[in-house]
Design a protein around this ligand. Structure first.
Ligand code: CA
Ligand code: CA
Length: 130
């Protein structure tokens, strides 16, 4: 996904997107499960970020690994979520998602600048419910 690759040019943080149809659990719980399943807790700096979306249920969550949570203020993701919601409410799904990813890259840059030896630790491909 180009939006992820572009955002990762700003930061060593690793962003992924997972899209489910429905979410039967609490959305934060489900996102945390998926975070582990995708091995997103294995980045060197513990700075993986998952955008989890359940489209039919119109739920989404953003989960950051502990390296991020240790460095940022509480509510770090809230204004990204609010911005995404304003798009989603207009039916602009892709735009909202791409904007959120871009904002995450910008925000992460301050705490996790891109290193010269950066590698793409986590795939930039979107995963879907299997
Ligand atoms: Ca990287
Ligand atoms: Ca990546």
């Amino acid at each position: 996904m180009d939006a992820i690759a572009a955002a990762e040019l700003n930061t060593s943080g690793e962003i992924r997107v997972h899209i489910d149809d429905t979410c039967k659990e609490d959305v934060l719980f489900q996102a945390a499960m998926k975070f582990k399943e995708l091995k997103m807790d294995e980045t060197k700096l513990k700075n993986g970020v998952l955008f989890y979306l359940a489209v039919s249920d119109q739920l989404f969550a953003i989960i950051g690994d502990k390296g991020i949570n240790e460095k940022v203020e509480p509510g770090f993701w809230d204004n990204i979520k609010e911005t995404m919601l304003t798009y989603f409410k207009q039916g602009l799904f892709t735009e909202g998602l791409c904007t959120g990813i871009g904002l995450a890259g910008e925000k992460l840059k301050n705490h996790f600048p891109l290193a010269t030896d950066d590698t793409d630790e986590l795939s930039n491909e979107v995963t879907f419910n299997q």
